[in-house]
Ligand binder design. Structure first.
Ligand code: 5GP
Ligand code: MN
Length: 326
């Protein structure tokens, strides 16, 4: 991606006053960390900034520096100059935030999803970047935008969570260089890592126990999956955010290539979350067949039907794909 694009984006950021910084529904660490990092940097530039997410701040990411600045969108729509959408592959995954904008002069779209069609007036899509937080770091450096410890910690969480703690294959030498620079900018690695990975509510582990009780294997043990019914979610009083990362327990099993998590939703759909351990199995392509999307090794979809129907359809398709891989 060209540095000229950063110049254009930097110019728009400097020349306007009222900003809204958005990200996707069911936000993850990259979404929330990126929103806060850019929002804080703009605030340091003296801008008037709204940082809204469909779900507001999640309890599990409440530790992010200045987390209180990230809220649900207001009921009454507002006028802004610039909307910045972060980490969001398609505009409708911005959820209710879009309706809270009465007017905006410019939409900027910064993302790393390969399927992003470029719905902004200014688009910076880099599918090779492991996290939107990594792109933001490059933008901040390139354009000399403010960075401080709070911004650095938000970027660090964004990058750490989207790379599975610097382990996924999308992690590059540049990712480690950026991590080093963030540590130099003040990130307390031990404290932030503990808050990110060793601070789960007990109900999340109860949920894991429930899910492991439903675990099954297909395609000669190369596909592992588990499911969450609405009834179990209710019984355990889990929040949607509690299941982020639990699928990694399936991916971590020796011999498993594809991990799948099925979550029954209240709207007659099933949320499907998929991970692949082999670049020969593109789970994004599987999810796209069912109206979803994502990355080659991590993708998802929301599929209409009962849990049993969706499990059957998806497992059939996944088995078909996996059977073609040696
Ligand atoms: P997760 O499984 O963690 O929910 O999502 C993994 C990846 O797939 C993320 O990059 C996310 O953006 C994408 N993804 C998840 N669900 C959907 C969906 O319903 N539609 C699309 N287009 N992408 C999704
Ligand atoms: Mn991301």
């Amino acid at each position: 991606m060209s540095a000229a694009k950063f110049d254009q984006i930097g110019q728009v950021l400097r020349e306007h006053q009222r900003f809204a910084v958005f990200s996707h529904v069911r936000p993850d660490g990259d979404a929330l960390g990126s929103q806060l990092a850019l929002g804080l940097s703009l605030k340091k530039l003296g801008k008037d900034v709204r940082i809204w997410n469909d779900e507001g701040m999640l309890e599990k990411y409440n530790f992010l520096p200045e987390a209180d600045l990230l809220t649900k969108p207001p009921a009454e729509p507002e006028d802004v100059d610039v909307v910045v959408a972060l980490d969001t592959a398609i505009q409708n995954r911005l959820g209710t935030t879009v309706g809270a904008i009465k007017s905006a002069k410019i939409w900027i779209n910064i993302d790393h999803h390969p399927s992003n069609p470029g719905y902004g007036d200014l688009n910076y899509i880099d599918p090779r970047a492991p996290a939107t937080g990594q792109i933001l770091f490059e933008l901040i450096k390139d354009q000399n935008l403010p960075i401080d410890r709070a911004i650095a910690e938000n970027l660090y969480v964004a990058i750490s969570t989207d790379t599975g703690s610097f382990q996924y294959p999308n992690t590059t030498a540049r990712t480690f260089e950026i991590a080093a620079e963030l540590v130099e900018a003040g990130v307390d690695v031990g404290r932030i890592s503990q808050l990110t990975y060793e601070n789960y509510p007990r109900r999340r582990v109860e949920l894991l126990r429930e899910l492991l009780g439903t675990m099954r294997f297909n395609a000669a043990n190369r596909i592992a999956s588990f499911s969450l019914t609405l009834a179990s979610a209710k019984k355990l009083a889990v929040l949607p955010e509690d299941n982020e990362g639990l699928i990694d327990h399936l991916r971590a099993i020796q011999g498993v290539i594809v991990a799948i998590f099925f979550e029954e939703l209240a709207d007659g759909k099933v949320r499907v979350s998929m991970r692949s351990k082999s670049d020969k199995v593109n789970v994004c392509a599987i999810c796209e067949k069912f109206g979803g999307g994502g990355h080659v090794l991590a993708a998802g979809a929301r599929v209409k039907g009962t849990l049993a129907e969706v499990e059957k359809k998806i497992l059939e398709e996944a088995c078909d794909v996996v059977s073609r891989v040696s």
